[in-house]
Ligand binder design. Sequence first.
Ligand code: FAD
Ligand code: MLT
Ligand code: ZN
Length: 511
Amino acid sequence: MLTRSIGRLRPHVVRPLRQSALIGQAQGRKLSTLNKLEPKDVEHFATILPKTSILSTLPPIHGSADDLDPFNSDWMGKYVGQSQCVLKPRTTEEVSKIMKWCWERRIPVVPQGGNTGLVGGSVPIGSEVILNLSNMNKIRTFDPISGILVCDAGCILESLSEFLDPHKHIMPLDLGAKGSCQIGGNVSTNAGGLRLLRYGSLHGTVLGLEVVLPDGRVMDQLTTLRKDNTGYDLKQLFIGAEGTLGVVTGVSILTPAAPMAQQAIFLALPSFATLPKVYRAAKRHLSEIISAFEYFDRQSYNLVSGHTGAKALEDSEIGDSQAFVLIETSGGDANHDQEKVNNLLEELYEPADGEEALINSGALSQSADQFASLWAFREGIAEAAGKSGKVYKYDISVPVSEFVNTTNRVRERVGHKVKEVVGYGHVGDGNLHINVIAETYTKEIEELLEPFIYEVVASHRGSISAEHGIGKMKPQHLHYSKDAVSIDLMKKIKQLFDERGIMNPGKVVPM
Ligand code: FAD
Ligand code: MLT
Ligand code: ZN
């Protein structure tokens, strides 16, 4: 039985935005039918917003291009735009006025939340106006009886969790970017994250949305109803639309009651081969209290450990373990939960069928600090990869049994050209992340990886984007996961909402 306590690991940090090399040049195709921003536009924006809410190189603001760099560049430094204007509205009315003007003038707009997206959706492909939601950060209402929270779209996910804490509620989603990403960005990417296994997707927990449409009209569906079968559920279209159909300005979301007891269990497995058995045993023993089941390979473990100096277990306990699992339980009674965890661990060490132990070693959190430290280790993979080089990120759905085969196929294909290939993901959701870490972004590496990975995914009828979205990275590859009829309907929906093509052009829908 595991009783060992572990040391404090490095706390969660979200890497600040960087500016770096230009990779994604403006395609300009669709943009050619649109107008370029002129000083008269900025002058007009200055009648809607205070000058402190406008960053622009154009008159009458005359700002420095450097001030706009963090908004023009994505989190990875992979996608870089050339916007000359960032607007930071404070109210839905201001957003509506801005969109009305841009619609009339056919000026393209990119909605931007925390700019933590990983597919280049939040930065311009050319010189679109950036509509940054960070000044829309108010809680509108919270009902402690129903647990329904209504807030502005620019609220940062972690701030919402902090707001809910004294009410003993939690947000139904959690991700490593929580300190920077906004709920509007989460909704717009239909972010999955670490708790989806337990609380489901935002398609279920989001109860209502307020959206400013491309022509400036406000669609008010900010209801707090659990049940509402009054025709088409339009809000669902905006969940995962990545800012291509409108600007989400308000969100109504169902928040679960905070669990009374939580534990993190960190396990080192001899190889990936035993992981499916560990997962099945965990579901059986932990049943209703399991809230996350995360996997990472040895390369990911070494990456985080090398980057942070942290260890989840002593080296001697890890030995040559090749796969690692982080399980979270969230229940109502610590003793009851502990008994379930003990039963699970007994089976993992001594399987009933007399087989070899399914795990080499493990650690169980004994305090809130240790719980946070184990999670920080898992959440630190993205940051450690980014610190180690330029990262090609693949976020796919394939059968869990194919996680290692798929990662190995990528290693075989590009391993000799890059620094490292790591595999990790959300086992409970069948979502594998493959990060290919290179010295620099090159066409040669990209062409080795794409469409190779998407072809492998399609052979399993998987998804080329499990949770990060399509953004600028994948519109041309959408057909690996969506049939021609579905893509045709997506184009028609885009046309219906945005016939002038001003909303986040060049993203999601193939041209
Ligand atoms: P942004 O990056 O600013 O925008 C993302 C997209 O949404 C863009 O297309 C943008 O135009 C659009 N958008 C943003 N706000 C609005 C709005 N108000 N209205 C309309 N459109 C809008 N993702 C996961 O799914 N699961 C994870 O576990 C996860 N972990 C991450 C960990 C790290 C360290 C990092 C850096 C990223 C991670 N991500 C993860 C990806 C990213 O954080 C999520 O996609 C997040 O939901 C994006 O939110 P954001 O506010 O940063 O949006
Ligand atoms: C994660 O699961 O850590 C996130 O989706 C981020 C990433 O894949 O880099
Ligand atoms: Zn993820």
